[in-house]
Ligand binder design. Structure first.
Ligand code: IPD
Length: 309
């Protein structure tokens, strides 16, 4: 039961590029017709958007995979929304979000991508994230590093990622997500306030360099892999949002964590708690990059308020 990971990797890259073309076509139709006739059907609630393009792109990707690799499993956002349930097993499995950043897509904001992840024996081993609007392709194959547009090694500072002295020096990726209940929004809001606030005025204030909310979990992982974001935290997204990003960030020297900053376990992919810290260089004679990542994670979870999904 051996599989050719290199071949699957090249296939996934081509698939993401083809999907990107469909996303661009969908967007030109969108701008020609009034936004209201685009009719983003809602899923969970009024802010959990899906468009015809999400569904068409997922159908295309699913069909292409089934043609080439009929025995492989498939987990996709729109198939799940349609009622399909697939567990994460040892079987070769594609985990796909046809459009991550659907709200951006609907509002014509350029942070939109197709995210194609692939797991084998439960581990994410291939990831391809393609933003067709900016023509940026992030990809990784386990053990072979992570790349931007297949040529530029990630992080962009490779092989010398800068230090990260404290959480206060970080630019932190966060998201608003689609759960707008009082309990969740209060916890998020308090966490974001502490991360942003000056500790002189607000108890527990970290005053990080800044927070960013770019609207795509997969692109948050890509930016952590690139070293542009120092870390990213989200509770509430799904395996298809993060599977590709997990291996891309990992191959770029980032460290992914499980719930509450606990060590990562493959089944964490099927949960909803995600946290990743960018690559940090070893300090000569001092802490290793991984110790620095763990220190930042610890600082973060002293501030973050969590909840179950
Ligand atoms: C969403 C985006 C968003 C994140 C949500 C995801 P979608 O995915 O990644 O940034 O906050 O949790 O569901 O709906 O655009 O595919």
């Amino acid at each position: 039961d051996s599989i050719d990971l290199q071949e699957i990797y090249q296939f996934a890259i081509q698939l993401a590029k083809d999907a990107g073309r469909l996303i661009l076509e969908g967007s030109s139709k969108r701008t020609q017709s009034a936004a209201t006739t685009q009719d983003p059907d809602t899923k969970k609630n009024r802010v959990d958007l899906v468009t015809e393009t999400d569904q068409a792109v997922e159908a295309f990707i699913k069909r292409s995979i089934a043609d080439k690799y009929p025995s492989f499993k498939f987990i996709g956002e729109e198939s799940f929304a349609g009622g399909e349930r697939v567990d994460l097993t040892d079987e070769p499995t594609f985990i796909v979000d046809p459009i991550d950043g659907t709200t951006n897509f609907v509002h014509a904001i350029d942070f939109v991508c197709c995210s194609i992840g692939f797991t084998f024996k439960q581990e994410p081993v291939i990831g391809v994230i393609y933003n067709p609007f900016l023509d940026k392709l992030y990809s990784a194959l386990q053990g072979h590093g992570a790349y931007l547009n297949q040529t530029t090694r990630l992080p962009l500072t490779h092989p010398n990622p800068p230090p990260l002295p404290s959480l206060g020096d970080a630019v932190i990726g966060v998201e608003w997500g689609s759960d707008r209940s009082k309990a969740v929004i209060e916890k998020k809001g308090r966490t974001y306030m502490k991360l942003a606030a000056d500790g002189k005025d607000v108890e527990g204030g970290v005053m990080a360099h800044s927070l960013r909310s770019i609207g795509s979990a997969a692109l948050n992982y890509s930016m952590v892999a690139a070293g542009q974001l120092d870390l990213y935290w989200e509770i509430g997204c799904w395996s298809w949002d993060v599977c590709a990003g997990t291996i891309i960030a990992h191959e770029a020297g980032g460290k992914v964590y499980g719930k509450g900053g606990k060590p990562w376990h493959p089944q964490d992919l099927m949960g909803h708690h995600f946290f990743v810290v960018r690559a940090i260089a070893d300090t000569p004679g001092g802490e290793t990059g991984e110790q620095a990542q763990d220190r930042i994670a610890k600082e973060f979870f002293q501030v973050a308020e969590e909840w179950d999904v």
